[in-house]
Write a protein that binds this ligand. Structure first.
Ligand code: ADP
Ligand code: MG
Length: 261
C-alpha cells in the first residue's frame, strides 16, 4: 500500500523547548492510526508540526506527504495537497461565516470556483448528517459556538474538503454522548465517501466507534514508545499510561521503538 505520510526522526521545538524528540511514523493510504499519550506528551505538537504551524520549529527530520518533502512547506500548500487538521481548540474567526470559510478552502484546494447553488446544496446536506442547525452556515466561524458545535464544524470541513489525510486532534474531548455519536458518524461517512486516511489523536475509544484501527501509537515525552494494533487502545483505556511512563527514559533503542506487531 502506498505510503501517504512518512515521518522520519522528527524533532520540533516550541519557544526553544524541544517537544518532539525523534518521531517516526508512517501512514499508508486509507489507514486509520490512533495516537495516544498523557497530557503534555506532544500529541498536538506532532499534528501542528506536520501541517507546518509556524509556532512549531522543526529542527531535524523529515515529513513526506505523497512522496513530497513537506517538512518546510507552508500550511496552505500542505492543505492544498490534501491534508486536513482538526484542532483541539478550534479558533474563532470573526467576520468570516462558516459557509464562506469552507467554500474558500474548497476553492483553494481545487483551484476552481464552485457554483454557489451546488455548494449550498452540498453544505446543507452535510450539515444535516451532522445534525447541525442550518443557521450555523451564516454565523461567523466558531464565534459563540458551543464546544460540540465547534467540533461538528471541524467534521463538516472534513466532509466538504475530502482530504486524503485527516489529523483529528481530540475531536471527542468535551463532547456529550450524543455529540460523540454524531461526530463518529461523520468520521465513518468520511471513510465511506472518501476512503481517506486518519490520524486520530484521542484519549478514549469513544470516537473510534465502529472504526477499524490499523495502528495505535503511544507518544510519551516526545517519542513514540510503543506501536500496536487496536487492542492497545482498549488496554490504555483500562490501564492508563502508567506502564509506558518510563519508556521515554529508556536508553535501549530497541526498547524505545519496540513494536508489538
Ligand atoms: P499534548 O497534546 O500531548 O497534551 P502538547 O503538544 O499540547 O501536548 O504540548 C507538549 C508540550 O509543549 C507541553 O509542555 C506544552 O506546554 C508545550 N507547548 C505546546 N504548544 C505550545 C505553545 N504554543 N507554546 C508554548 N508551549 C507549548
Ligand atoms: Mg493536545
Amino acid at each position: 500500500m502506498a505510503e501517504l505520510l512518512k515521518i522520519t526522526d522528527l524533532k520540533a521545538k516550541v519557544e526553544d523547548k524541544e517537544i518532539l524528540k525523534g518521531v517516526n511514523l508512517t501512514v499508508n493510504a486509507g489507514e486509520v492510526h490512533v495516537v495516544m499519550g498523557p497530557n503534555g506528551a506532544g500529541k498536538s505538537t506532532l499534528g501542528s508540526a506536520i501541517i507546518s504551524d509556524p509556532e512549531y520549529e522543526k529542527t531535524e527530520g523529515t515529513v513526506l506527504f505523497k512522496g513530497v518533502d513537506i517538512t518546510h512547506e507552508s500550511t496552505d500548500k500542505i492543505a492544498k495537497m490534501g491534508m486536513f487538521m482538526s484542532f483541539q481548540n478550534p479558533v474563532e474567526v470573526p467576520g468570516i461565516s462558516l459557509a464562506n470559510f469552507i467554500k474558500t478552502a474548497m476553492e483553494l484546494k481545487t483551484g476552481e470556483r464552485i457554483r454557489l447553488w451546488d455548494f449550498k446544496k452540498q453544505l446543507a446536506a452535510t450539515m444535516e448528517v451532522l445534525q447541525m442547525d442550518p443557521s450555523y452556515a451564516d454565523r461567523d466561524l466558531n464565534v459563540g459556538f458551543s464546544g460540540g458545535e465547534k467540533k461538528k464544524a471541524e467534521i463538516l470541513q472534513l466532509l466538504m474538503l475530502k482530504p486524503d489525510l485527516a489529523i483529528l486532534d481530540e475531536t471527542d474531548s468535551g463532547l456529550d454522548v450524543d455529540a460523540v455519536h454524531i461526530v463518529s458518524k461523520g468520521i465513518r461517512e468520511y471513510k465511506k465517501q472518501v476512503g481517506g486516511a486518519l490520524m486520530i489523536i484521542t484519549h478514549s475509544t469513544r470516537i473510534l466507534e465502529s472504526l477499524k484501527v490499523d495502528r495505535t501509537h503511544v507518544l510519551v515525552d516526545g517519542r513514540i514508545v510503543e506501536v500496536g494494533d487496536e487492542k492497545l487502545v482498549g488496554e490504555i483505556n483500562e490501564a492508563g499510561f502508567e506502564r509506558f511512563m518510563n519508556c521515554a527514559d529508556c536508553k535501549n533503542e530497541d526498547c524505545v521503538m519496540k513494536s508489538r506487531l
